[in-house]
Design a protein around this ligand. Structure first.
Ligand SMILES: [Zn+2]
Ligand SMILES: [Zn+2]
Length: 395
């Protein structure tokens, strides 16, 4: 379908974007009685079965012409959609779980922030109430949910609470809230929340010039979670494996392969990998800086040099654009290269790319280090992730 890996960061967004577009193509056939959640859609038609079959084929054709596949079940009176069963014969709806789906909630004694734990039974109760059309239906279908809640140690009896229309509360002034998210650990005895607010009160008194920006209403605390058992075990294993790898493949490392050592761009360290580098271009009037990342610096350096030499490559990077501007004006210039940081590239366990993150950090916060970089580089997605996509492992 489209080139987005399942479970990737932008997967849901891409799905929603394409979904919205497809909806716009077919929506007038259903008089707006049509809904879509990610890749699951539902529509209501009052036409005759034969007409519905025709509509079905038409929709399938629209999808096909856009290179997409769709499976449609038409002419159903009772349908399971997400976690709800809709019944058109009597207009009722009730909770639905897939037959082999085991309900499992976070255990009450689990090391989670108290507000999270407190709200789990409440949320389950609310969700079940809102997807049951009557109290009877609610009571009929809660047994597995009640059992799962009991097994997770909650002392909560599920009760039908009819949905109340939320009153449109008066408009609140929008505040810029700065969140502090310390990790929660129930072994800690200190009341961190109170300490934090005390610090806020103490440091920003009402007469403080910054009181308007930093006060109890704009600084808030919300706990985050500690890594779970899986993450701890994975990182432990990774550490042991990488150490044993190190001892087996110990070779004297070469740092530079330049033919003339004095010409090495990084003073004898040009064979570095996974680094953030900085190039400063000095001409007689200006000094401009450029920050980039490189999996292999030498390779990147060669590409940069080529883009300085060949005029058809002059638009390759912001750096080469600048160099060509100087060249066209016949100004002499000098480029100096420097390593800013060595970072870990993307790995499929942590799911983070320190390399890309650090480059973006510099572009946002250290403008003085990268005067040539454009902010639109921030939108680039991590190119190092592609290496780990399953499709690259299949020949
Ligand atoms: Zn070198
Ligand atoms: Zn990356």
């Amino acid at each position: 379908m489209f080139d987005v890996t399942m479970g990737s960061y932008d997967g849901a967004e891409t799905c929603e974007l394409i979904g919205a577009y497809m909806l716009s193509l077919i929506t007038n056939r259903f008089k707006d009685r049509l809904g879509l959640y990610r890749d699951d859609g539902i529509a209501v038609c009052k036409d005759k079965p034969r007409q519905n079959e025709k509509t079905k084929q038409e929709v399938a054709r629209v999808f096909k012409s856009n290179g997409l596949k769709i499976t449609i079940d038409a002419n159903k009176k009772i349908v399971n959609f997400l976690d709800v069963t809709f019944d058109l014969t009597n207009g009722s709806y009730k909770p639905y779980t897939k037959p082999n789906n085991k309900l499992l909630y976070v255990h009450k004694q689990s090391n989670h922030p108290p507000t999270t734990l407190k709200n789990i039974p409440k949320n389950v109760n609310q969700r079940l109430s809102s997807i049951s059309s009557s109290e009877n239906i609610f009571n009929e279908s809660i047994t597995p949910y009640q059992k799962a809640l009991d097994e997770s140690g909650y002392n909560h009896e599920l009760k039908h609470e009819p949905q109340q229309r939320q009153q449109t509360h008066k408009k609140n002034r929008k505040r810029n809230i700065t969140w502090y998210n310390p990790p929660w650990n129930s072994n800690m005895k200190t009341n961190l929340g109170r300490k934090f607010l005390n610090v806020v009160d103490k440091c920003f008194t009402k007469t403080h010039p910054l009181y308007k920006i930093f006060n109890r209403h704009t600084l808030k605390l919300s706990y985050s979670c500690m890594p779970n058992m899986k993450t701890i075990i994975v990182s432990h294993n990774k550490k042991i494996i990488s150490e044993s790898n190190k001892t087996t493949t110990q070779q004297p490392e070469k740092n530079c392969n330049c033919r003339k050592k004095p010409d090495c761009p990084l003073e004898g360290n040009c064979l570095q990998t996974n680094i953030i580098y900085q190039a400063s271009v000095t001409s007689d009037t200006t000094t401009e800086t450029y920050v980039g990342l490189a999996s292999s610096f030498k390779e990147r350096y060669r590409n940069h040099q080529a883009s300085f030499r060949h005029s058809h490559k002059c638009n390759e990077t912001e750096l080469s654009k600048h160099i060509w501007k100087l060249k066209d004006a016949n100004k002499p210039y000098h480029v100096k290269w420097k390593i800013l940081k060595k970072c870990k590239p993307y790995d499929n366990i942590r799911k983070k790319c320190q390399l890309c993150l650090f480059e973006k950090f510099i572009i946002i916060y250290k403008r003085e280090l990268c005067s040539l970089n454009k902010r639109n580089e921030l939108a680039n997605s991590c190119p190092h992730r592609k290496k780990h996509v399953l499709k690259n492992f299949i020949n």
